[in-house]
Ligand binder design. Structure first.
Ligand SMILES: *[C@@H]1O[C@H](CO)[C@@H](O)[C@H](O)[C@H]1NC(C)=O
Ligand SMILES: *[C@@H]1O[C@H](CO)[C@@H](O)[C@H](O)[C@H]1NC(C)=O
Ligand SMILES: *[C@@H]1O[C@H](CO)[C@@H](O)[C@H](O)[C@H]1NC(C)=O
Ligand SMILES: *[C@@H]1O[C@H](CO)[C@@H](O)[C@H](O)[C@H]1NC(C)=O
Ligand SMILES: *[C@@H]1O[C@H](CO)[C@@H](O)[C@H](O)[C@H]1NC(C)=O
Ligand SMILES: *[C@@H]1O[C@H](CO)[C@@H](O)[C@H](O)[C@H]1NC(C)=O
Ligand SMILES: *[C@@H]1O[C@H](CO)[C@@H](O)[C@H](O)[C@H]1NC(C)=O
Length: 433
């Protein structure tokens, strides 16, 4: 069965690429745009928005009882307009024949691909026209008997396969499971037929970046990466304060590197099988390996705890036990006085001296199984001369869970080798990749 659908996929690829003059693709390149890119925010506002989103996402994702250590007690409105609760990057491509543009938010923490679809019963506002299946010659509803329909836990069958998909932040989409031709790439186009996706006609929640839906890149059977059968993808986030787009590569990035790259194993959490869990064994701040008990990062049998790497969490949240020790180490090792309260909404900030010299900060290393990842200074420190603040860009989850966020992933090419269940981190200048 598996072999058959794989062969069918290859045949489809070959056929569909003939008219476009492309032979077998080994991977597909896409551009990611940060949700706040090009919207005129200052560096401080960008950071405030990231902190705000991280607090909101963590509160929603981790558990309903989480209280972030840095509760945003006073109502804040960083920048202007609403702040989306999660999902930091947008990706554009087309669906259908002729192609209709969609702009979806990237989510490595979920599997379904969906876009808003007419006729809408309830759709939120989006920048692009709604996808209209009746204008596409390649649209098809998916049979209720299909594996994908049955694998969607909320699927219901009334001649078509209907789905209901909910997210941690309360957003949800309801619609028909369908198949379409997806056309990727801005320069060289790559068309892939028969991708299953959600044609969502009743959608609600927090969608304020002009997106038209969500692109699931999780580990489950219905995610884009699983459907493409590539077994790997990678991204490389440019500076969160810059305006350049970041590359997303679907498929292996083996043409970039040779076999000598180090990797750390992926761990599966049966309770949340979409997420990419890592084996974090310790943290070094400055010269000292912190005395964090190994159990602190453990993934428990009941699905709690553990360490997730995520594309949709802006700032790393450490479990409360580890965060307290990291905080203590910074307080101990940074030779500055602690700022009483910070306009960044971060938990730990120091007051910078008026003199302009560069302040020493301790190094920061994540020790993953097989891989020690020393972060560049700009991946964990925020410095603002005008407000005279230097801050640690990490917060506590308030419980036992840990999420590695985007701030800590800047200018690193992160390779997700799903097939071999491992991840690699390669320092890179992402706009030059
Ligand atoms: C798509 O179809 C709708 C009616 O279903 C029609 O009003 C619209 O003009 C069509 N758009 C295109 C680009 O063909
Ligand atoms: C949404 O799109 C409109 C029109 O393209 C644009 O004016 C607006 O700035 C966009 N909003 C966001 C949040 O990107
Ligand atoms: C891998 O690449 C690095 C840098 O490009 C090079 O120094 C090294 O010799 C290569 N190793 C192998 C096994 O090819
Ligand atoms: C899950 O398991 C851990 C470790 O055994 C335990 O400390 C925690 O209370 C459990 N949580 C729930 C919600 O059962
Ligand atoms: C810490 O700062 C004070 C005052 O700025 C300075 O006198 C002292 O030498 C510094 N200590 C270290 C270890 O850098
Ligand atoms: C911190 O702020 C509080 C209230 O704003 C004030 O009473 C206290 O003196 C401040 N402490 C320092 C060290 O600045
Ligand atoms: C994590 O890595 C440590 C050190 O290599 C190892 O002892 C431990 O068994 C690993 N844990 C899991 C869940 O793989």
């Amino acid at each position: 069965m598996k072999t058959f659908s794989y062969l069918k996929f290859i045949v489809h690829i070959i056929i569909s690429f003939l008219p476009l003059g492309i032979s077998k693709p080994s991977n597909i390149y896409l551009d990611l745009t940060h949700v706040d890119s090009g919207r005129g925010f200052t560096k401080l506002e960008l950071l405030q928005r990231m902190t705000f989103r991280t607090n909101a996402r963590t509160t929603a994702l981790v558990s309903k009882t989480v209280k972030p250590t840095n509760p945003l007690s006073t109502p804040i409105h960083p920048g202007n307009g609403d702040v989306p609760y999660d999902r930091e990057y947008l990706v554009s491509f087309s669906i259908g024949t002729p192609p209709q543009s969609v702009m979806l938010t990237l989510d490595t923490g979920s599997d379904l691909i969906w876009t808003q679809c007419v006729p809408c019963i309830q759709c939120f506002e989006q920048g692009l026209p709604f996808y209209n299946p009746s204008n596409s010659s390649t649209f098809a509803y998916l049979s209720c008997l299909s594996d994908l329909c049955t694998s969607l836990s909320m699927a219901a069958c009334h001649q078509q396969c209907f789905y209901l998909y909910e997210y941690g932040d309360g957003s949800a989409t309801l619609g028909s499971v369908s198949t379409e031709t997806f056309t990727f790439g801005s320069k060289s186009k790559v068309a892939v037929p028969d991708i299953s996706f959600g044609c969502g006609f009743l959608n609600g929640g927090v969608f304020v970046s002009n997106e038209s839906g969500i692109l699931g890149l999780g580990r489950g059977p219905i995610s884009l990466i699983t459907q493409l059968g590539f077994g790997a993808f990678s991204y490389c986030f440019t500076s969160l304060f810059g305006s350049k787009s970041s590359p997303l590569v679907l498929g292996p990035a083996t043409n970039f590197y040779n076999n000598s790259i180090k990797s750390t194993p992926l761990i599966l959490n049966p309770t949340s099988p979409s997420f990419y869990y890592l084996n974090l064994t310790g943290i070094t701040v400055g010269k000292s390996l912190l005395h964090i008990p190994p159990s602190s990062f453990a993934l428990h049998d009941n699905g709690t705890g553990g360490v997730v790497i995520d594309s949709g969490t802006a700032i790393t949240v450490l479990n409360d036990e580890a965060y307290k020790l990291v905080r203590k180490a910074f307080v101990h090792q940074v030779n500055l006085s602690i700022a009483n309260e910070s306009i960044t909404y971060l938990d730990l900030c120091f007051t910078l001296p008026k003199s302009s010299g560069k302040v020493e900060v301790p190094k920061f290393v994540f020790h993953f199984e097989n891989v020690d990842l020393e972060l560049p200074r700009e991946n964990y420190i925020y410095e603002d001369r005008s407000s005279q603040e230097l801050c640690l860009v990490m917060i506590s989850s308030g419980d036992t869970s840990t999420i590695i966020g985007n701030y800590q992933q800047q200018n690193m090419h992160i390779l997700y080798d799903i097939q071999n269940e491992k991840i690699s981190f390669i320092p890179a200048q992402c706009d030059k990749l």
